[in-house]
Design a protein around this ligand. Structure first.
Ligand code: PLP
Length: 465
């Protein structure tokens, strides 16, 4: 009996010629489809031993369904675009800041061919990587010098290694933090070849604690911005001005690991704990390091700003060669900073635009979305509810930004089931479950992506009619 069932299995060649599989083959390639088909058929053969009930046409349907999910599953493993409906603006798992149209254009233009990365067009001779960008940012921030590396973690490692290798780094016990993705201040200090000199206590560190810890081994005073946690209650720490005053009296550099590093004040959003880069520079820090892909809104990178003499030493460190960035990063950074220089950042950088979008504007979009979905929402219940978006990316951990969420109930499906169906869609839609309800936050969904979310919802509805 088993024999006859196995004979019902169509051949792979036959399947590959089926009309219904042609779109899949066009999209995923013939070889990929053939390989997946082989796996699917092998699985079916195993299952069919002892089960003779399946007919030939039924089998083909099963094969096609399995092929589909196998191909989708495969493509999920590759880096691909997703739609972020979580309302977490700088979602580290989802690639942090979306780039501006200009930055995307800049990347694609230099990616296509060659560029003057290390070539001086005026003289026709070898040029220095990143000079243009560094001058541009220097002028905008009103600081002495700028260097660019791969990310902020690299910036901290390189700066400490340059300034403090073999010596001591004074840092408050309240700032011995972990940022996530295993970036830990004590570990980075150790890897830089410096020794950590813990100062003060977890909740209170006074200027005199820093001062008493200074000795002939001290090379740097480090201030690390508590990006993803807050110490509240009975707390104390010296201001940046006081610290920089102390550092210069002892002829030591004050280095701040700022993390997010915003160019525009977040005070209008009620966020009081994300100081701007300019504030750190004005307060007298000798070196400030921050990420390019957090609040700045650019590509992954670490930007080091500070005094010319120190930045020059940092640039000459052999580690710099290992941590430098490529032409794509410079192209995108340049385009991003150009938006700030032209006063268009709030309008043209998607991250900032999402962050500063008013609750009213999001409510309007959510209501319009529900209206459009209504025509086809048999069995679905969509409504606008109050909620909160967050900055994310380890910035402003306590700050919640009021938003309007779309809450979705579809027939008997659980929130987890809807979440999974959206996540496995093409493109994947990443949603949040709040109080057992599936929610979409349009704050982080580009208007051009709304239609894609809608189509997927309609598909899920149709499946559950
Ligand atoms: C995010 C962050 C880092 C790490 O930045 P990456 O660009 O992800 O390497 C380091 N320090 C602080 C304070 C941060 O917030």
């Amino acid at each position: 009996m088993t024999e006859s069932v196995l004979r019902n299995l169509p051949s792979i060649d036959l399947l590959l010629r089926k009309e219904s599989l042609q779109p899949l083959i066009a999209e995923a390639g013939r070889d990929a489809v053939r390989d997946r088909l082989r796996e699917v058929m092998a699985g079916l053969r195993e299952e069919m031993i002892g089960d003779s009930s399946a007919g030939a046409s039924e089998l083909e349907t099963v094969i096609e369904q399995r092929l589909m999910s196998s191909l989708t599953h495969r493509s999920m493993k590759l880096t691909q675009r997703v739609i972020n409906a979580t309302g977490v603006v700088l979602h580290t798992n989802l690639g942090r800041a979306p780039l501006s149209a200009e930055a995307i254009e800049a990347i694609s233009s230099v990616a296509r061919g060659y560029c003057n990365l290390e070539y001086d067009l005026a003289t026709g001779k070898r040029g220095k990587r990143g000079t243009g960008f560094e001058e541009m940012l220097r002028d905008l921030l009103n600081c002495e010098a700028v260097a660019v590396v791969n990310n902020c973690a690299a910036a901290v490692l390189l700066t400490l290694n340059t300034l403090a290798e073999g010596g001591e780094v004074n840092v408050s016990r309240g700032e011995l933090m972990e940022i996530g993705g295993s970036f830990r201040i004590p570990d980075v200090i150790a890897k830089s070849g410096a020794r950590i000199r813990e100062v003060g206590t977890t909740n209170r560190t006074r200027l005199s604690d820093y001062e008493n810890a200074i000795n002939e081994q001290t090379r740097v005073i480090l201030r690390a911005h508590p990006s993803n946690y807050r110490i509240v209650g009975f707390t104390e720490k010296p201001s940046l001005e006081e610290l920089s005053d102390l550092a210069s009296r002892h002829n030591l550099p004050l280095f701040e690991d700022l993390g997010s590093g915003c160019m525009v004040s977040l005070l209008p959003l009620g966020i009081t704990d994300e100081p701007t880069i300019s504030y750190s520079i004005r307060s007298g820090c000798s070196v400030v390091a921050f990420s390019g892909d957090k609040l700045l809104g650019g590509p992954q990178s670490g930007i080091i700003t500070g005094k010319t003499e120190l930045i020059d030493r940092i640039r000459k460190n052999p580690l710099m060669r290992a941590l430098r960035v490529d032409k794509l990063t410079y192209a995108a950074l340049e385009a991003t900073i150009a938006e700030y220089a032209a006063g268009r950042a709030m309008k043209n950088l998607p991250g900032l635009r999402a962050l500063f979008a008013t609750k009213e504007s999001i409510t309007e979009r959510a209501q319009a979305f529900i209206q459009r979905a209504k025509s086809s929402n048999g069995g679905a219940h969509l409504e606008v509810i109050d909620g909160f978006s967050v900055v994310g990316g380890g910035s402003a951990p306590e700050s919640q930004i009021p938003t309007s969420l779309i809450s979705i109930v579809i027939g008997e499906l659980t929130a987890e089931q809807i979440e999974e169906k959206l996540r496995l869609a093409n493109p994947p839609v990443i949603a949040r479950i709040i109080d057992d309800k599936l929610t979409l936050d349009l704050r982080t969904v580009a208007p051009s992506e709304e239609e894609e979310v809608m189509l997927r919802l309609i598909e899920i509805l149709a499946e559950n009619k």
